[in-house]
Design a protein around this ligand. Structure first.
Ligand code: AMP
Length: 319
């Protein structure tokens, strides 16, 4: 069982670490911007502190900062009494209280999510959403594989508070849809207005109806479609490496196949967070470019993903 006051434990740890400068957090400005072509909303944020965040390859392969986290960052060594997971503050948060759900046993970040990973992540969201009438919504992400934007190899998921007044497009896509599992006749939801491939399933409205079997079936059915891109593109682009993002909220799960960490037409990279519409920028010139022309975000996300396949069945993908 996750402690009832886990949200308070996270906030207390974050406040202490922030004051002691043990977390590196500097968000200069953030604003909502809109793509006038397709109506997509983005939360654009300039966070130069992310320049200090290690990128993939910066941490030596024999160093595992998540095995023995800095004491000031450790929220709990045993999140739910199973000893399977610890909860740690992200040293380079992108939003306040940004935390990492880390396996206590070393597992690879490229490995698939297990039923216990999924249900623990879901329970963590349920424990922190809308607590004390704060009306906060959370998202758990998993960046898997070397092109997903992941920087550390020790398996970890990330818990983020969604900014107030911002709704990921997946939330709107699921409106009016009941939970379903994909069948031959019914594909996962995909918003035809965005350029990049993504697969979304609505979850049952009542969190009590969500269990590890259901989450696992959702994840596996989306993973099959996600991984099919790497087979289908193998001849054309043999350099591709199996990589994808997972986004989970109380209401939906989404997977995104990834072809690249960094975009081609602008100096920016993405992990799962970008594919919820949260665009984090490290450099001011890039921020200005995006603010002046938010319509380019959709293209940047496509440069790091694969083309949208809305309306097609997996064997009919028309790239
Ligand atoms: P990812 O980039 O998806 O692999 O996630 C790894 C996360 O760990 C990043 O968001 C980093 O900000 C964070 N991080 C990097 N080094 C440390 C550290 N020493 N302690 C805690 N978090 C870290």
């Amino acid at each position: 069982m996750i402690a009832e006051n886990i949200d308070a434990l996270i906030s207390k740890q974050f406040e202490g670490a922030l004051q002691a400068k043990e977390v590196v957090f500097n968000q200069i400005c953030s604003e909502n911007v809109k793509n006038s072509d397709n109506g997509m909303q983005y939360w654009l944020s300039l966070a130069p502190s992310l320049l200090q965040k290690p990128e993939r390859g910066d941490t030596p392969s024999n160093v595992d900062p998540l095995a023995l986290p800095e004491p000031s960052l450790l929220i709990t060594p045993d999140l739910d009494g199973t000893k399977e997971f610890k909860l740690v503050l992200n040293k380079f948060p992108v939003v306040p209280n940004h935390s990492l759900l880390v396996t206590n046993e070393f597992k690879l970040q490229s490995s698939a999510l297990m039923p216990s990973d999924l249900i623990t992540a879901f329970n963590l969201i349920v424990s922190t959403d809308d607590v004390n009438k704060k009306n906060l919504r959370h998202m758990v992400i998993y960046n898997s594989g070397p092109r997903s934007g992941s920087s550390l190899d020790h398996k970890h998921l990330q818990l983020l508070e969604l900014p107030e007044n911002f709704t990921p497009f997946q939330e709107n896509l699921c409106k009016g849809h009941e939970h379903f599992l994909p069948t031959f006749n019914k594909e996962p939801l995909q918003d035809a207005r965005v350029s990049f491939a993504h697969f979304v399933l609505p979850l049952p409205e009542d969190p009590a109806d969500v269990n590890e079997d259901l989450l696992q079936m959702c994840y596996i059915s989306l993973l099959q479609r996600t991984l099919s891109f790497f087979q289908d593109w193998n001849n054309e682009r043999p350099e591709l490496i199996k990589s994808y993002n997972v986004l989970l909220t109380k209401r939906w799960i989404c997977l995104i196949p990834r072809s690249s960490i960094k975009a081609k037409s602008l100096d920016i990279g993405f992990n799962s967070i970008g594919y919820a519409g949260l665009v984090l920028v490290k450099k001011e010139d890039v921020y200005k470019s995006i603010k002046t022309n938010p319509n380019q975000i959709d293209k940047l996300l496509l440069e790091c993903g694969f083309p949208n396949t809305a309306g097609q069945k997996p064997n009919e993908y028309n790239y």
